[in-house]
Design a protein around this ligand. Structure first.
Ligand SMILES: [Zn+2]
Ligand SMILES: [Zn+2]
Length: 146
């Protein structure tokens, strides 16, 4: 059993999965319901509009968005990419930064030299077929060029 201080109200509580005491989780749920209700009637409202109308802190609304509990209707981009600041609809990064991040992760994983034993696994095409294919495409290429 792990005791923690609630970051919102400072009360000591038993940590389960959320770093928030039960009372504050309840408050958060109430906030979420308010935001949800507001959005039902005000489709496409911005974070500041929602915050002003519901009294729910903007950070909380952003938290709901990042957690995927709120989804901007009509693909509205209410969040900003944490890396480049581009508007995004959910998560932490825009598609571009996400791609760069995951490819840099891949590169890090692939930085070790490829194992020699892996080479024979690549199926080489039959020599005859390969040549036929080549001639065909070259022919097609010439035809479409003229
Ligand atoms: Zn609390
Ligand atoms: Zn980005």
């Amino acid at each position: 059993m792990e005791l923690r201080n609630c970051p919102d109200c400072g009360k000591v509580f038993t940590f389960i999965s959320r770093n928030l005491c039960p009372a504050c989780i309840e408050k958060e749920e109430a906030s979420f319901n308010k935001v949800e209700e507001y959005l039902e009637e005000n489709t496409g409202a911005t974070i500041s509009e929602i915050s002003r109308a519901t009294g729910v802190a903007e950070e909380k609304i952003i938290f709901f968005l990042r957690a995927g509990r709120l989804v901007p209707i009509g693909g509205k981009h209410l969040l900003e990419c944490e890396s480049c600041g581009k508007p995004i609809s959910s998560g932490r990064f825009c598609a571009g930064c996400q791609a760069v991040l995951s490819s840099s992760l891949r590169e890090a994983g692939a930085s070790r030299p490829p194992a020699e034993e892996e080479a024979p696994l690549i199926r080489r095409p039959e020599p005859g077929l390969r040549q036929k294919g080549k001639m065909y495409t070259a022919d097609r290429y010439r035809k479409t060029r003229r």
